[in-house]
Design a protein around this ligand. Sequence first.
Ligand SMILES: Nc1ncnc2c1ncn2[C@@H]1O[C@H](COP(=O)(O)OP(=O)(O)OP(=O)(O)O)[C@@H](O)[C@H]1O
Length: 749
Amino acid sequence: MNRNDYEWKLENEWLQEVLKEARKQFDENRDFKERFKKDAIETQKELWQDIGAVSITNGLEQIADFMSFIGTMKIQKRSHELTRKLEEKYERMLLSPYFARMDFVERGEEKAQKCYIGISNLINDNFDFLVYDWRAPISSMFYDYEIGEANYKCPEGIIDGKLTLKRQYKINNGEIEYMFNSNLKIDDEILQDILSKSTDNKMKAIVTTIQREQNKVIRNEEYKNLVVQGPAGSGKTSVALHRIAYLLYKHRDKITAQNIVIFSPNDIFNDYISSVLPQLGEDNMSQTTFQEYMHRALGGEFMKEGYCEMMEYILVSKNELPYQKRISNIKFKSSMEFIDILKQYVTYLEKMDRNFTDIIFRDNLIISSKDLKELFFTDYVQLPLKRRLQKIRERILFLMEPYEKQRIEEVAGELEDSGAYINKAEIMERSEVIVKKEMKDIYYEINKMTEFDLVDIYRQLFEKLELFSRNSNTEYGEKDIEEIKSYTLENLKAQKLNYEDQPPLLYLKGALGDIPKTSEIKYVIIDEAQDYTPLQYEIFYQLFKDSNITMLGDLNQSINPFMNLGDYKNISHIFPRNNTCIINLTKSYRSTMEITKFSRKLLHKAITDECVERSGDKPLLLGFTNEEAIKERLLEDIKIYKGKGYKSIGIITRTVKEADEVYSFLKDKVHVKAIMKDDDEYVCDTLVIPAYLAKGLEFDVVLIYNAGNENYCCEEERLLLYTACTRALHILCIYYSGECTPLLKEAAF
Ligand SMILES: Nc1ncnc2c1ncn2[C@@H]1O[C@H](COP(=O)(O)OP(=O)(O)OP(=O)(O)O)[C@@H](O)[C@H]1O
């Protein structure tokens, strides 16, 4: 559109009007903010003047005054916080108040309503919407419809009408850089422009170009549980974060960011996504990883293997003796059958006779074994095992208390009579020690009957494994079960908890009532959903039964060949079907067409998903005689691509061990960092990283280190290599030494 154009003039006038209003509100808000700040300082001053020193005579009164001051200060803090957030909103608006406009003629009306859409609402004193928040009901039409018939859903019902114009803007520093009418899909110039840019190490908001299928996921509230399957780069993580922003807007009177938790694959990823919500004007939700949650819940007992250690084992220990044993253990403990076995075991524990005995103290029957059984099997039967045992313990101690007191008094009398002590306090102290000693055996009995040792409970499951596996519909034969049993018992004896043993322990802990319910979490987001096993889903389901859960994944990116979801059917066995829905995203946005096509060939199956029409260099597959030669070429290429202006370069290795070698070679020659652990910080734009830690991330340039046939040698590594290739936005180079992996043969030739 020409700058001298009439439309351009009108748009500029409108922009000035909007900016004027935003500036006015910014100033008013700043006055409020200053006032709250002043008030808070005054309150603090008054607090110290009025009740600086609490005197003995009127201490209570002063404490009441103090509490009232604290109440006032809390309100002032909240108001100050609110004005601070509003200030940020106006600052953002003054730079770029909106990114789109649509003209909508409501059915029965003649005139079109101009709706400008931005990151947040801007409403003037007459309650006119100068800008609509992108999450407002009316704004959904921008993402859902082209020019023509359109409608949107709002609390009053469905509003029908016609879209007569759709326009997009790029406004920077309060000035329109460009604008154009986008009568078709949003898959146009702006999208192309955004996708062709270089990326740094933080994820960006996509609010200006959300696609229709993505919008469906963002706003879907029909189902409690949503499963979103989408190919690499289809925007699953972006959609998840925009969904959170949407929910925070839609339910702003009911929920805050603290009511939402996202489970990410690792801390690197958490860091990578952490700036999206602030860009959208929202506070970040709680971020965690399954491992972090699990380790916190399981406590410090035993040596716990981490996910990375397990991945490293799977990738580098193929020639070690117990490798196959361990792999069958991982497979077994990740199977649907094992969930069945665990469930049977929980029922068994709840029904099992616990050898209750009579509790007798100095010939007094405190409680009989019959009564204890009655409590366990009847009175407390509704409670989970841990709570039942706890209640029984409390009951015995309660019944014992009068006998214990009486006995202490008796002993105190005897000590007093003996004349050995004069001091009353000393006598009482001594008597308590004597009685405690007398009761040692009883306490031992009580502890034995009511103890809850989780690892021991787990060990007992394996001691009796054949009992449960016989009843479950398992493909594992007697010999397999015997092997799994002995391998697990050996590890437990050595106080080692392999990663695959930890989810079952967590499950038992929850099912037996040893995890407090987390009622404040209303929405749970599980990203990279393909990498959780059915048992982990069972745990999510049990932990967050009352919450809404959104799971986003891509089965083709299952980086762990033995511990993954396997099939979405497995989720539908766990989550109730009537409120769970699967949605497919079908288009990839991250990579150029050349990279997407190349990577998809690696999958070895027909893929109908689309990809965005962005062209770039063909992926390169380069052979070398040895690894040293690869490293030399890597160094050269890093310099070349940096020189070309690419901001982020990922050198993706298969393992941490390899990453370490490559990093050692590069570190003194070029500015580079390495990620070796799942909680390393993602700080540099040129990064050496093992493939399984790079999942979810993206780089302008991906350089894959040694895809030789000795490295990526088997079918199980196909998806890992695919995941690595799909991290690239613009450039993909694959280096190999010796023969190229057979996995790449079809993709390359
Ligand atoms: N509608 C969109 N507009 C602009 N960019 C988009 C859009 N959707 C996705 N993208 C971009 O595509 C890239 C991939 O997005 P994202 O990481 O969310 O995908 P993903 O499906 O989670 O990927 P993966 O499964 O491969 O990790 C990001 O750079 C994101 O900004």
